[in-house]
Design a protein. Sequence first.
Length: 270
Amino acid sequence: MMNSHRPLPRLAFGQGRASDGSRELPEEVAVALSYNGSTQAVMMASPAGLVDFAYGFSLTEGIATPDEIDSVEIVETPLGIDLQIWLKSPAESRLSARRRSMAGPVGCGLCGIDSLEEARRAPRRVADSSFTMTPAQIMSAMADLTAHQPLHDITRAAHAAAIWAAEGGIITSREDVGRHNALDKLIGALAQAAPVEGALVLTCRTSIDMVQKAAAAGFPMIIAASAPTAAAVDMADAAGITLVALARKDGFEVFTHTNRIAALEAAHVA
């Protein structure tokens, strides 16, 4: 299996002088997601957590649920990696009905869709629950994420997605050079484990497609480091997701469904 990073020579300049050296940089490879022998999408991604990527992408794109996947095989080729995913009959029939070809760079989560309706498709509304977080927990979750980013620590060039749960704090995280890929990998990892309810914690901005993926996975809350787009706020509101953004160790902003932050609601009313 390919390494997720490697050293490359570079010339550094600082304090008025130049110096030779090297820097660890993340690998970025073409990953084809093939279903029952036919390529459905090609994404540029980090060559790690690829089985999780297969499960997460399949779920968030509406292709297959985890129990509709028979097997996943990672095949390395001279040009990249072919994730060969084998579906059971019901999922294969659905995919045939909505076949689409995608070629996505790491910065784009909607590349290759075949209609405007697909870009703004209605999100799945998350189930009602009693899940809440205190302001202190929200700030702690974002601060704690730094301890779960080994690829970023080495390269300073990777996004992370994690789940925070009331019991255990951040319990699972995944990284990738692409923020959408990191989220799909996290969702895929969770889909193969025992169910757990918690908040999605992101190192990146929240765009409409990130909300769609979060809604497909059933996250009741998103906590992000950067500001969201206006469309993402609209989508989170429609999906019933609490959207927290610009989260830091000393504060944050809430854009939708503030009722899941009870202490903040009480302070606002007062």
